[in-house]
Design a protein. Structure first.
Length: 92
Protein backbone atom coordinates (compact mmCIF):
# COMPACT_ATOMS: atom_id res chain seq x y z
CA UNK A 1 0.00 0.00 0.00
CA UNK A 2 2.65 2.44 -1.02
CA UNK A 3 0.00 4.81 -2.37
CA UNK A 4 -1.77 5.35 0.94
CA UNK A 5 -0.67 8.20 3.15
CA UNK A 6 0.97 7.21 6.45
CA UNK A 7 -2.09 8.14 8.51
CA UNK A 8 -4.35 5.93 6.39
CA UNK A 9 -1.87 3.07 6.58
CA UNK A 10 -1.70 3.44 10.36
CA UNK A 11 -5.49 3.36 10.68
CA UNK A 12 -5.77 0.27 8.47
CA UNK A 13 -2.99 -1.50 10.36
CA UNK A 14 -4.66 -0.68 13.70
CA UNK A 15 -7.99 -2.01 12.44
CA UNK A 16 -6.31 -5.25 11.33
CA UNK A 17 -4.54 -5.59 14.68
CA UNK A 18 -7.87 -5.22 16.47
CA UNK A 19 -9.33 -7.90 14.20
CA UNK A 20 -6.40 -10.17 15.05
CA UNK A 21 -7.10 -9.65 18.74
CA UNK A 22 -10.77 -10.43 18.20
CA UNK A 23 -9.85 -13.58 16.27
CA UNK A 24 -7.60 -14.69 19.15
CA UNK A 25 -10.64 -14.27 21.41
CA UNK A 26 -12.74 -16.43 19.10
CA UNK A 27 -10.11 -19.16 19.12
CA UNK A 28 -9.95 -19.07 22.92
CA UNK A 29 -13.74 -19.20 23.12
CA UNK A 30 -13.84 -22.28 20.89
CA UNK A 31 -11.05 -23.97 22.83
CA UNK A 32 -12.73 -23.15 26.14
CA UNK A 33 -16.08 -24.46 24.95
CA UNK A 34 -17.89 -21.14 25.24
CA UNK A 35 -21.46 -20.90 24.07
CA UNK A 36 -22.29 -20.96 20.40
CA UNK A 37 -23.88 -17.52 20.72
CA UNK A 38 -20.67 -16.01 22.13
CA UNK A 39 -18.50 -17.59 19.43
CA UNK A 40 -20.77 -16.42 16.61
CA UNK A 41 -21.00 -12.92 18.08
CA UNK A 42 -17.22 -12.68 18.23
CA UNK A 43 -16.88 -14.09 14.71
CA UNK A 44 -19.26 -11.43 13.45
CA UNK A 45 -17.08 -8.76 15.07
CA UNK A 46 -13.97 -10.17 13.38
CA UNK A 47 -15.73 -10.30 10.04
CA UNK A 48 -16.91 -6.71 10.34
CA UNK A 49 -13.44 -5.49 11.31
CA UNK A 50 -11.87 -7.26 8.32
CA UNK A 51 -14.53 -5.92 5.95
CA UNK A 52 -13.94 -2.38 7.16
CA UNK A 53 -10.18 -2.75 6.72
CA UNK A 54 -10.74 -4.04 3.19
CA UNK A 55 -13.06 -1.15 2.35
CA UNK A 56 -10.43 1.26 3.68
CA UNK A 57 -7.75 -0.28 1.47
CA UNK A 58 -9.93 -0.10 -1.64
CA UNK A 59 -11.20 3.41 -0.91
CA UNK A 60 -7.68 4.72 -0.33
CA UNK A 61 -6.62 3.19 -3.66
CA UNK A 62 -9.60 4.86 -5.36
CA UNK A 63 -8.76 8.18 -3.76
CA UNK A 64 -5.14 7.90 -4.88
CA UNK A 65 -6.24 7.16 -8.45
CA UNK A 66 -8.57 10.16 -8.43
CA UNK A 67 -6.06 12.54 -6.87
CA UNK A 68 -3.04 11.43 -8.89
CA UNK A 69 -4.17 9.63 -12.06
CA UNK A 70 -0.74 9.74 -13.74
CA UNK A 71 1.04 8.38 -10.66
CA UNK A 72 -1.61 5.67 -10.30
CA UNK A 73 -0.93 4.47 -13.84
CA UNK A 74 2.74 4.10 -12.97
CA UNK A 75 2.19 2.56 -9.53
CA UNK A 76 3.28 -0.94 -8.68
CA UNK A 77 -0.35 -2.06 -8.39
CA UNK A 78 -1.41 -0.32 -11.59
CA UNK A 79 -5.07 -0.87 -10.75
CA UNK A 80 -7.66 0.07 -13.32
CA UNK A 81 -11.11 1.34 -12.43
CA UNK A 82 -12.50 -2.08 -13.35
CA UNK A 83 -10.00 -3.85 -11.07
CA UNK A 84 -10.83 -1.51 -8.19
CA UNK A 85 -14.50 -2.20 -8.77
CA UNK A 86 -13.88 -5.97 -8.66
CA UNK A 87 -11.88 -5.60 -5.45
CA UNK A 88 -14.64 -3.53 -3.91
CA UNK A 89 -17.31 -6.03 -4.92
CA UNK A 90 -15.26 -8.93 -3.60
CA UNK A 91 -15.76 -7.47 -0.13
CA UNK A 92 -19.54 -7.36 -0.47
Amino acid sequence: MKEANPETQRKIANRLKRARGQLDSVIRAVEDGDSCRDVVTQLAAVSTALDRAGFSVVSSAMQFCLDQPDAAKESEDGLTVEELEKLFLSLA
